[in-house]
Design a protein around this ligand. Structure first.
Ligand code: MG
Length: 281
């Protein structure tokens, strides 16, 4: 059996967020979360080609992360307007595309699909909230047909809102991708307490760090190198241990415009996590 907490990195092939596969390999990382390739690359032939390349690089994809044309993380209002399934004018097209991404993930042999749903409204009576519930059920049922789970990324809502949403969707293949930095960046609450509360619902994680905004929820906090922010990775690993999480620790550092710095910082993040992991060996 694979040892617990293998180090991973958020990566991409031809599009989107994360480091290139070669960088993951150079860093000695063997598991990745893959940001979904462009629509034009999501074909059986390209999947076979990607699988050959991954095999050569000795890299395993543990989660395919959905992403959509037109999403922007520029600031909090822009995220609310553009990200995930919340924007009404792209909702049905993106829902169809999400199912197609899940099918592509199946071609890659991946049984977890991750995504940002977007800013889910907090009021259960809200029409968007009800529609999001129905869509998430439909996507979960589609993923079930592929023997996959759907993991919702945390951060854009407080933990109690997320738990209520998960409970109301009521599907046993719906879980959480826990990103502690997002809780801080979006001002959605203390991440370690949220992690403990989510417990066994957490089935994948992003190791990312951030500092709080002076106006949480209104303006972004700041994403910083792992260990330099307000998450507290010693407490993060201790809590993962307490909730029984043994899966990959997937490092996410989104500064793709500075690839050399990104690689160096991920290298240091790996060292930090390996050192913290050693206490649990
Ligand atoms: Mg993340």
């Amino acid at each position: 059996m694979e040892s617990r907490w293998p180090i991973g990195v958020f990566a991409s092939i031809d599009a989107g967020l994360g480091v290139r596969l070669e960088v993951a390999r150079e860093l000695g990382v063997h598991t990745i979360h893959l940001h979904t390739p462009h629509a034009g690359s999501r074909t059986p032939a390209r999947a076979a080609e990607f699988n050959r390349r991954l095999h050569e690089l000795e890299i395993r994809i543990t989660c395919v992360f959905a992403g959509f044309e037109g999403e922007s993380y520029a600031d909090i209002p822009t995220v609310a307007r553009t990200v995930g399934l919340m924007p009404r004018d792209t909702r049905s097209a993106r829902t169809a595309e999400l199912k197609e991404i899940a099918n592509f993930a199946r071609l890659l042999g991946v049984d977890i699909v991750g995504m940002h749903l977007g800013f889910v409204p907090h009021e259960p009576g809200n029409a968007d909230y009800q529609e999001l519930l129905a869509i998430t059920r439909a996507v979960c049922d589609h993923c079930r047909g592929n023997k996959q789970a759907l993991h919702l990324e945390t951060g854009q809502e407080p933990v109690d809102v997320l738990i209520r949403f998960l409970d109301e969707v009521d599907r046993d293949n719906l879980f959480v991708n826990f990103d502690p930095a997002n809780m801080i960046l979006y001002g959605a609450g203390e991440p370690i307490a949220a992690l403990a509360k989510l417990g066994s619902r957490v089935r994948s994680v992003h190791c990312k760090d951030a500092t709080w905004s002076d106006r949480p929820g209104e303006t972004w906090g700041r994403e910083v190198p792992l260990g330099e922010g307000d998450v507290g990775f010693e407490a993060f690993l201790r809590t993962l241990d307490e909730i029984g999480y043994a899966g990959p620790l997937t490092i996410e550092r989104e500064i793709p415009q500075e690839p050399e710095r990104q690689k160096a910082e991920i290298g240091r993040a790996i060292e930090l996590l390996e050192r913290l992991k050693a206490a649990y060996a």
